[in-house]
Design a protein around this ligand. Structure first.
Ligand SMILES: Cc1cc2nc3c(=O)[nH]c(=O)nc-3n(C[C@H](O)[C@H](O)[C@H](O)COP(=O)(O)OP(=O)(O)OC[C@H]3O[C@@H](n4cnc5c(N)ncnc54)[C@H](O)[C@@H]3O)c2cc1C
Length: 281
């Protein structure tokens, strides 16, 4: 399955690296314009807000990184009720891994929203069954704080590090088209080193007070997700779906499966078949 505009999105990405790119939907005749507006009203809201008629005027375009947000990746599901490796945590929708349905490219045109609805149903059922099983047990008296990065730093030595700096560094490694739409082993190595260093700062020093803790925790999860995605990209020594290695353009049959990352500070990467065998044993 291909999402977006097929192979031509690579041409657009190359042009965007060279300079600004503009578009105009001038091949839509008036009847089609009406259908487009009716069929995808959300797509026209941004144009209407800034007063652009996309059918007659040029407007500047860019590509947004889908990455682990709505693209591939997400929290691994280990059972048919959407349970995860963490007891009591159930996942659905974009947050949940859905490569089993969509493959190496994000599914568009109904796959993602039907997945959100279906997995939401299964996860809700799983979570409520889990909660019912616990009724009667005084589990509230046994709760303890688990979160560390961004909340409870590993080191007592203070260091000047802010959530916005962390987000800026991660963004500069995972969103530029030159680094992530077109990947190379060398580029990924450099990004990986930078993200490892940011992660160490986050783990050891990042913390906030009051409501700021939400922000520092978000920054920590962005740093963790960026680090995992670059590590998985380095591990996948081929090109497949959204993962385009200009130095390794072909697909390798050895990688015709998902990669599962387990662990936070120290993690390991396994192919999905090995991981499933592990879970079953
Ligand atoms: C531009 C675009 C076009 C798309 N087109 C299609 C399409 O044509 N067909 C298709 O099937 N799919 C499409 N999708 C994908 C589809 O919209 C998503 O897969 C689906 O909406 C995911 O649902 P979800 O409930 O998992 O996540 P979301 O819809 O993102 O819901 C998550 C919610 O959680 C809220 N939230 C986040 N953090 C917090 C917090 N800390 N506390 C409380 N709330 C929080 C967010 O505000 C949001 O409301 C498109 C997506 C985009 C962005």
């Amino acid at each position: 399955m291909r999402n977006g505009i097929g192979d031509r999105e690579e041409e657009v990405a190359r042009a965007l690296i060279d300079g600004p790119v503009y578009a105009r939907l001038d091949q839509a005749e008036p009847a089609l314009q009406g259908w487009l507006r009716q069929g995808q009203p959300n797509c026209f809201v941004p144009y209407d807000r800034v007063g652009i008629d996309p059918f007659s005027e040029l407007f500047r375009i860019t590509l947004r990184a889908e990455g682990t947000v709505r693209g591939t990746g997400g929290i691994d599901i280990v059972s048919d009720d959407c349970a995860t490796g963490v007891p009591g945590l159930y996942v659905a929708g974009d947050a949940a891994s859905r490569e089993m349905m969509t493959g190496a490219v994000s599914g568009g045109g109904a796959v993602n929203s039907s997945w959100a609805l279906a997995s939401g149903w299964w996860a809700g059922k799983g979570a409520s069954t889990h909660a019912k099983r616990r009724t009667g047990k005084a589990f509230r008296s046994a709760v303890q704080s688990l979160g560390q990065a961004g909340l409870r730093p590993a080191s007592s030595a203070s260091a000047d590090i802010s959530a916005s700096e962390v987000i800026e560094v991660v963004r500069s490694e995972v969103t530029p088209l030159g680094k992530n739409f077109f990947r190379t082993g060398e580029g990924l190595e450099k990004s990986g080193e930078r993200l490892e260093s940011v992660w160490r700062d986050v783990r050891d020093h990042l913390q906030g007070e009051g409501l700021d803790r939400v922000r520092t925790r978000e920054a920590a999860s962005i740093a963790a997700a960026g680090r995992w995605s670059v590590a998985a990209a380095l591990h996948r020594t081929e090109s497949r779906g959204m993962h385009r290695r200009t130095d390794l353009p072909g697909k390798s049959p050895a990688f015709a499966h998902r990669l599962v990352i387990t662990g936070v500070d120290e993690f390991r990467i396994a192919g999905a078949p090995e991981r499933l065998a592990e879970l079953a044993s």
